[in-house]
Design a protein around this ligand. Sequence first.
Ligand code: SAM
Length: 209
Amino acid sequence: MAVKDVSNKVPIYKLKTTEEVMKYYDEWGTNNKYDQDMIDWDYTGPKETVEIFKNHAKNKEIKIYDAGCGTGLVGVELKKYGYNNFDGADLSQKLLDLVPHGLYKNLSKTDLNKPLNIKDNEYDAVLCVGTFTFGHVKPPALDEFIRISKNKGLLCFTINEGIYEEYGFDKKIKELTEKNLWKKKEFFKSNYIASKNVNAWLGLYEVTK
Ligand SMILES: C[S@@+](CC[C@H](N)C(=O)[O-])C[C@H]1O[C@@H](n2cnc3c(N)ncnc32)[C@H](O)[C@@H]1O
């Protein structure tokens, strides 16, 4: 089946390097423009993802890592459902500065394309929403998410449909499944940014160690 070309739908999809991405988001945060655009675009990634996540994560005390947390839209959704123990990490200090105070336990400026400065088996769950997209974070980050998760931990993420095959996420998912490093619980096409006709794969996997 032909893959829909979404590469011209949103300006960030033209960015190539981590440096360009960071600069773009730092500017996008000015005057809360990022959050306003997400409302205007009807970006439903955080809401859709946490709605699925909460069906599998019954214990609200679990420790969660929000990878690529941006301004904290995922944290806002987590809080709505009673989760209270989550950390956030993002490349853009400007967006991290916009996260509502007290929402996350810890925030760190982090490049998710590099090894994470986090111990093995530290988290019960990793969420990564909107961050597997053009020029952003690449498939090896999934290895790190598994490493920092406990056995039976949950990984819940979106992958922009436009890069799913181009960046090799399809192969990575197959590899992790074949190596029995995780078990699929959910995998489907979500609405994501329906107003721009851009969808994302939404996956939820249970780590097996
Ligand atoms: C579309 S935003 C999603 C933010 C948030 N999760 C949400 O749903 O609103 C993508 C985020 O990925 C971050 N990002 C891009 N490349 C990154 C990298 N290499 N490491 C960490 N974060 C990165 C950006 O700074 C931005 O906050």
